[in-house]
Ligand binder design. Structure first.
Ligand SMILES: Cc1cc2nc3c(=O)[nH]c(=O)nc-3n(C[C@H](O)[C@H](O)[C@H](O)COP(=O)(O)OP(=O)(O)OC[C@H]3O[C@@H](n4cnc5c(N)ncnc54)[C@H](O)[C@@H]3O)c2cc1C
Length: 671
């Protein structure tokens, strides 16, 4: 059994990282040339890690299932990336970013990791600007910032609604430089299907070339998994269609503990589902909540009329609108954290106030922003007695400048002009805070096996604040892992090349091949998606925004049943030795079917409400917080780290007790 030692260095929180870096072992440049590192994933986390490790002199082999690192899911990130630069002079600091992130995560993250994240956040912006990332700038040419939920300062750097894309191009160009130098060997269209351990250490992987179907062995002195999140366990999510949990799940099965699987982020501002045949949901960036106001009709008869198409939102007067976030949370208003905003939307829709035919939508309205910006613009341009229409036109131009591509995307999908009628939004699965357990060094419970970016559980506790995922992925890849991995590899300078013609590689390759053979030869009748959709429906209905003991127990039993049916009934067309997308999906859904059960088990175990995990049984019944989530610090102030034991239901729970020495544990209030 592996031990759960977080390896957080001693000393004051402000000095931990600096002192630690000063003392850890280094590998000299000549020795780095003899050391190989495998990096699975070339999104922002993996791409930044691969480029930096290669720049340091290690030999990197990078793997991605897409045809180019540029297509990693990170490219979808719209809104921005946080950093405590205090460029707006509004009182930001490393401590405040640390504080907001720990509070936003509902006090379920590891203090030392989060402080380090805040500490290196400023470096990320400098690094990316140096790479040429075109962050938005203000009139004077300085980097601009905007606000995201759960904070009272503006610390989010952005590149219109394409921040992830621009950051990824930065990481990709850094990688390309190393590819050209021969320091990164890039394996596009390759999927890691398992990890190989030698004497208990991660020493390689088995991968499938997704074009030829060939199975390959690759060895290294350490393996870094940066494979992204597992939100697609819900089938419908805002994640890229290909995002999956296979790499993370496979390393879990080989000894890496899986932490807090039940912590999922359901994002409040997504385009509502339009029907049963949909396979993807679309995010409308949280940045829109800077200027958009969220509301539903205040009168149930108006809501019904809207649902039946008999009334338009623009026909509802101000006094008959319920700006429920502003009403319930006056301090943060529309910028409450995502978990709070999502639950509030669900509460209104469950009460019958939803605004589309399914009753599962609320409005995100920019009308007052048009007037606010338009009035300001009229003044700036010296337009006296500007008409309402002129003010609206001027205001719309500002909104278009800020969010034009998001408005265009909305119009293309919904076929309604959001400049004229409020957008409709509804919560959808977006991000997974849970993931592979890692210590302060970002190493899993398997020596030499690291996990970074969304794939690990690290810094966001039970709820991630907006614009913090890009920050964490790039902090891990550019500024943390490159130090900590050296400490481990300093023991490997005399090891030499790791051979792949060994019994350990033979055994894992056989496991991989047997499973692929099974899929191709199984005589089932049902498609992979059939099972994935069934799993997703259970996850959404019973392990979604609100959970309770009865539903969770049902979910566990139902997922088990689907898994059994899957192995009997799944049909995978095509052959092994060529491109076969259904075969790829089969392996991924098989893993989701196991992960989904552990997810529900973890949710069942955690009887408190915290962050994105809301238990119906754990609600404040009195006082100013009445009706809000009730956290239980006495019994649940720990990270759940699950050890695989053959079946998800047999997993063993290990607890990492969380210590809060620098932040006082409080009820999370945004009122
Ligand atoms: C629509 C949307 C908008 C978002 N906007 C923001 C935002 O504005 N700000 C913010 O901070 N966060 C945002 N997020 C979250 C953020 O984008 C992600 O958390 C982050 O990009 C994840 O980066 P990553 O490098 O960990 O993983 P990914 O970008 O998902 O990359 C995973 C990589 O792993 C590879 N991979 C996976 N499995 C395997 C395997 N088995 N073998 C080989 N390769 C494999 C993939 O090919 C890919 O290269 C958003 C998320 C979504 C869905």
């Amino acid at each position: 059994m592996a031990t759960l030692d977080s390896k957080v260095p001693k000393g004051p929180i402000k000095d931990k990282w600096t002192t630690y870096k000063d003392k850890i072992n280094l590998v000299n440049p000549a020795n780095k040339r003899n050391i190989d590192i495998i990096v699975i994933g070339t999104g922002l986390a993996g791409g930044s890690a691969a480029a930096t490790l290669a720049e340091l002199g290690y030999n990197v082999k990078a793997f991605a299932y897409q045809d180019s690192p540029r297509r990693a899911h990170s490219i979808a990130a719209q809104g921005g990336i946080n950093a405590a630069k205090n460029y707006m002079g509004d009182g930001d600091s490393n401590y405040r970013l640390f504080y907001d992130t720990v509070k936003g995560g509902d006090y379920r993250s590891r203090e030392a990791n989060v402080y380090r994240l805040a500490e290196v956040s400023g470096n990320i912006i400098d690094q990316c600007v140096a790479q040429g990332v075109p962050f938005a700038r203000d009139y004077g040419g300085l980097l601009d910032n905007r606000s995201f939920g759960g904070v009272l300062v503006s610390r989010t750097f952005y590149a219109k609604g394409q921040t992830g894309q621009q950051l990824l191009l930065g990481a990709y160009s850094a990688m390309n430089r190393q590819i050209a130098r021969g320091k990164i060997e890039m394996f596009n269209r390759h999927e890691m299907l398992d990890v190989v351990l030698v004497d208990g250490k991660a020493r390689g992987i088995i991968a499938r070339d997704l074009i030829t179907g060939e199975i390959e062995r690759h060895s290294a002195h350490a393996v870094v998994v940066a494979s992204g999140g597992y939100g697609n366990v819900y089938f419908l999510s805002t994640n890229a269609m290909g995002s999956n949990a296979t790499a993370a799940w496979k390393i879990h099965k080989k000894g890496a503990y899986f932490a807090n699987p039940c912590y999922t982020q359901i994002h409040p501002t997504c385009i509502p589902r339009s029907g049963d045949y949909q396979s993807k949901l679309t995010l409308m960036s949280e940045s829109l909540r800077n200027d958009g106001r969220i509301w539903v009709p205040a009168r149930i008869e108006d809501a019904k009329a809207i649902q039946q198409g008999k009334l338009k939102p623009t026909e509802i007067t101000e006094e008959n609108r319920d700006y429920y976030l502003e009403r319930r949370y006056p301090a943060f208003g529309n910028l409450v954290p995502r978990d709070v905003a999502s639950r509030a939307a669900k509460e209104r829709c469950d009460a019958g106030f939803g605004v589309n035919a399914t009753g599962e939508a609320v409005y995100l309205d920019f009308a007052s922003a048009f007037v606010r910006y338009g009035t300001e613009q009229a003044k700036i341009h010296g337009i006296k007695d500007a008409s309402e229409a002129k003010i609206k036109e001027l205001g719309q131009a500002i909104i278009e400048e800020k969010y034009g591509n998001l408005f265009q995307m909305y119009e293309k999908i919904i076929a309604e002009n959001p400049y004229e009628t409020p957008m409709m939004i509804y919560p959808a699965t977006h991000y997974t805070m849970g993931g592979v357990w890692v210590d302060y060094n970002l190493m899993t419970t398997v020596p030499g096996l690291y996990c970074i970016g969304e794939a690990n559980f690290s810094d966001h506790g039970a709820n991630r604040l907006g614009a913090s995922a890009l920050m964490q992925g790039l902090a891990d890849g550019y500024f943390v892992l490159p130090y900590t991995i050296g400490d481990y590899l300093s023991d490997d300078i005399r090891t030499g090349k790791i051979p792949t013609n060994t019994p350990e590689f033979d055994a894992v390759e056989k496991e991989v091949k047997d499973r692929l053979d099974f899929f191709i030869n199984n005589k089932g009748t049902k498609s992979v998606d059939y099972f994935h959709k069934k799993l997703g429906k259970i996850m959404w209905d019973k392990v979604g925004m609100a959970r309770n003991e009865k539903h969770l127990k049902e979910a566990i039993a139902e997922i088990k049943q689907i898994r059994e049916d899957f192995w009997k009934e799944v049909k995978v067309p095509g052959v092994l030795k060529e491109m076969n997308v259904e075969l790829e999906k089969a392996g991924r859904v098989a893993d989701f079917l196991e992960l989904g059960e552990l997810f529900a088990l973890d949710a069942l175990n955690r009887k408190e409400s915290c962050g994105g995990h809301f238990r119906d049984e754990s609600v404040e019944t009195d006082g100013p917080q009445k009706g809000e989530a009730l956290r239980d610090d006495v019994n649940y102030k720990y990270v759940s780290a699950w050890e695989y034991k053959g079946e998800p239901s047999e997993a063993i729970l290990h607890k990492e007790e969380l210590e809060f020495n620098d932040i006082e544990l409080k009820t999370r209030s945004y009122k």
